[in-house]
Design a protein around this ligand. Structure first.
Ligand code: ZN
Length: 248
C-alpha cells in the first residue's frame, strides 16, 4: 500500500521539533513534500542520523532556502536558519553514516575512539565550510522556471556524504580488516570503479594509496559513486591497488 502524505506526518513533526520550528500547517506541508525520501521507510529506518533522515533533511533545507529567498523577506534570519539547519543535518547525518560504517567492522558506536570522532568532526567541518556559497547560489535560482529542479539536483550532490562518512569510518576503525571493492547499483560505473571492482585489500592499504569510494580522486569525482568497501574473508589481491585514471 502506498503511503498517503498524512502518514508522513510523524516524521515531519519529529523533524520540525528537532529544529525547534513551530510546525505551522504550511511549514508541515512543505516539510512533508521534502520528505519523499522516507516513503516506505519505517520510523526506525528513518531515525535521526539514518541515510533516509539525512537525505530528507538536506532536501528540506535546500527547498526551504529557495522558498525564503523567493519571498525576499528576512533574508539574514533565513540565511542563519539555513546555515544552522544544514549544520545540524550534516553533523547528525555524517556522524550517523560514520557509525554505520564502523558497525560493519564489528564496532559499536560507544566503542568509537575520541580520535575517530575527531576525524569525523573534521569531515563535518570541511563540508560546513562549503555552505555559504550554496546559499548564494540558491539565491541566483530565484525566478528561474526550473529553480526547484535545479535546487533538488544540487541537494542530491550532498546525499553521498553519508556514504562517504561510512567509508571513512570503517577504513579508520578496521585497519587490518580485508575489504572488497563492491560496485554500486549505478547505471554507468566510471573507469576507476570498474577497474577496482572485486579487488581485495586491507583497510590500511586502501588508505595508504588514498583510494576509496566517493573520493574526488576517482574519474567519476565520487559524487554519485555508490560503490562500497565490504569486509570480506576473500584473499588479498596480489600486488598493489591499480593506479587511478582520475577526474577529467
Ligand atoms: Zn563508484
Amino acid at each position: 500500500m502506498s503511503q498517503t502524505p498524512n502518514s508522513l506526518l510523524p516524521y515531519a513533526r519529529c523533524f520540525m521539533a528537532l529544529y525547534e520550528r513551530r510546525p505551522s500547517p504550511a511549514a508541515l506541508r512543505g516539510c512533508i513534500a521534502s520528505w519523499r525520501a522516507l516513503k516506505g521507510k519505517t520510523l526506525e529506518e528513518a531515525a535521526r542520523g539514518s541515510q533516509a533522515w539525512y537525505e530528507a533533511g538536506v532536501r528540506f533545507w535546500f527547498l526551504d532556502a529557495l522558498t525564503t529567498q523567493s519571498s525576499g523577506k528576512g533574508l539574514e534570519t533565513s540565511k542563519a536558519e539555513f546555515m544552522n539547519g544544514m549544520e545540524q543535518t550534516l553533523s547528525e547525518g555524517i556522524t550517523g553514516g560514520w557509525e554505520a560504517g564502523v558497525k560493519e567492522v564489528g564496532i559499536e558506536p560507544d566503542e568509537i575512539s575520541d580520535e575517530e570522532y575527531a576525524a569525523c568532526g573534521e569531515f563535518i567541518a570541511e563540508q560546513v565550510a562549503y555552505l555559504p556559497p550554496v546559499w548564494e547560489w540558491i539565491g541566483t535560482q530565484v525566478g528561474n522556471e526550473t529553480a526547484r529542479q535545479s535546487v533538488l539536483s544540487r541537494a542530491e550532490v550532498w546525499f553521498n556524504l553519508w556514504n562517504a562518512a561510512a567509508t571513512k569510518g570503517k577504513l579508520m576503525a578496521g585497519q587490518d580488516v580485508k575489504m572488497r571493492w563492491t560496485r554500486g547499483p549505478t547505471e554507468k560505473s566510471c573507469p576507476d570503479c570498474l577497474k577496482l571492482d572485486g579487488k581485495v585489500f586491507r583497510a590500511r592499504t586502501w588508505q595508504k594509496y588514498d583510494i576509496m569510494p566517493q573520493s574526488d580522486r576517482l574519474s567519476c569525482s565520487g559524487f554519485r559513486c555508490l560503490c562500497s568497501l565490504v569486509p570480506t574473508d576473500e584473499r588479498v589481491t596480489p600486488g598493489k591497488p591499480p593506479a587511478l585514471v582520475g577526474p577529467k
